[in-house]
Each structure stands twice: as C-alpha cells, then as structure tokens.
Design a protein around this ligand. Sequence first.
Ligand code: ADP
Ligand code: MG
Length: 312
Amino acid sequence: MSDYKYSIEAKNVNKIFYKKSKEIKALINFDIQIKKGSIHGLLGPNGAGKSTFINVLGGLVKKNTGKVSICGIDIDKNAKKSKFKIGIVPQELNIDPFFSPAELLELQAGLYGIPKQKRKTDEILYNLKLSDQRNAYARTLSGGMRRRLLIAKALVHSPEMLILDEPTAGVDIDIRSSVWNYIRKINKLGTTICLTTHYLEEAENLCDTISIINFGKKIKEDTKENLLNIISNKTVSFVINNDFSIPEDLKEFNPIKNESKLTIQYDKNKTNLKKIINILNRDKIDFKEINTFESDLEDVFLKLTKNNDLSN
Ligand code: ADP
Ligand code: MG
C-alpha cells in the first residue's frame, strides 16, 4: 500500500452542467480532504452536488477544472489506477435481476481483471450476510439485501476506500442500523469510508469528520464533535408562577423574560440545568413548567445552510 495522508484530496473543482442551454453549477470551487482511515460524511440537501462529486471520483463525470487525487493518485494523470483504489456504491439499487449474488460478484471481479484463484466471492458474501442468498436471483432479494449486495460488489477488488452514495436512502430503519454496522466494520478493518447522506442522524452516528455542501459549495468541513459544538448552546424555558426579577448570576445566560416565561441559553459544556434550577430555587422563583431544547446536527446544518440560500 502506498503512503499517503488523504484518501481523497480535491482542490478547486468546478462542474457545470448544461441543460437546455441553462447553466447548472453543480460544483463551485469545491475543496475537500478526507483522511486515510476515517469515516467522512458528505452532507447536503438534494441537489447540493454530492453525487456529482462522487461521479467525478469514479470517472463518470468530467470536471471542468480542479485537481483530484484518490489515495495519492491524480485522477487525470492515472485514471485507471485511481479507479482501482476506490469502490463506489451507487445511490440507486440497480441490480441486474437475472444474476445471482455470486454471479454478480464474479462478473465484477472479471471486469477488474482479478484472476479466478484470487477472487473472494464467498468471503465477501459471508461478510455481508449474503451466503444464504449466494445463488438466489437478485430480483428475489429484499431492499436491505440489495444494498448489501451493492456494497459487496464495490468491495470485489479490495479497494482502499469505499464510497457510498446515500447508503440508506429508502432503506427501512432497522436495516439502516445493520448497514451502519457493516460500514463501521469495514472501516475497522482498514478501509477509509466516504458516504453522502441527507440524513443527519446517519452522519451523527457514523462519521468522524463531516463536510457540508450546499448549492455546489462546501460551506463547512470539521470533526463531528466540533460541528456539534457550534451549537453546544442549549435553550431552556421556565413558566414561572410568581412575580420575579432575573437573578444576577443568570444574566450571563442571555435570559429573556416574557410575562411569566423565562428563557435561558447555556453552554452545555460549561454549565448544566441543575445549576440553573438551583439558582431559581435559591431565589424562590417557583416554576410550574420546564422545556428544554436539545441541539443536534440538524441545527448545525440549518444554521450553516441558512446563510447560503442566496449564493447561487
Ligand atoms: P445531490 O447528489 O447532492 O442530490 P447532484 O450532484 O445529483 O446532487 O446534483 C447537483 C446539481 O446538478 C442538481 O442541480 C442536478 O440537477 C444537476 N445535475 C446532476 N447531474 C446532472 C446531469 N447529468 N445533467 C444536468 N444536470 C445535472
Ligand atoms: Mg445524490
């Protein structure tokens, strides 16, 4: 295995599609670095440019400008070698219905020129819990099995990096978690992962690092923890029974008093709700109702994408 720090490195990638003489800027000065060994999430709403970027990586879409390397190999200088480094699981569950899983994997191995004795068809089917379906017609497979078969297909040539485009789009919740488990397992065995998703829960569950893309532009790239910390602020509101004035030591929490309602924002990394309640109790501020608002990646996402609505 060659030595490189980033499994994917892209700089200044632009892609314009032309549709009925209209320009669609699918990628605008797009940069990204995905560390070897990580699980990276490429997040963005529908139409953001995620699949376009993946198709650039896979050689299906020609970028207009920019430099992209996969596992240290420039895709323009060595297209074939760079393609061998990655396996791509496409967004659509397109599987030829008349082949069995074993046949599909053998076919794929053939496409990659892997000699018969070096093929790992049964091992891969086993790892993806498809041994029982080895010889079944693909058309009889459930959605979850199809998704796993597509992952299996992408792993045939033992790529150093696996790219999954919306791996659980349209997949039932219970199957979703089993797909997540496979992704984690493959990653633990040393494969770098990049997945696109518009499910924030998926990114929150799986990813080490995340980049957020909107209207073809990357608007943020950071560790999941740092992104969640952007909104480490929690909001709590109390409905107060008695007349009250805001305690001095709550003033740092941007308290807002609105008739009987007191709303407070605090940094969950620095303080906790109990401290705030203790202050209220101490000052004999009696409340009958308490509501907390938990932030998650969804809030980060909204916060980050809101300012970009007019950018295109
Ligand atoms: P995502 O995967 O984030 O949902 P896509 O990369 O599929 O987004 O699409 C980005 C933009 O590029 C969209 O506006 C889409 O309509 C457009 N687009 C994608 N592929 C093509 C194509 N082959 N021809 C014309 N427009 C395209
Ligand atoms: Mg897509």
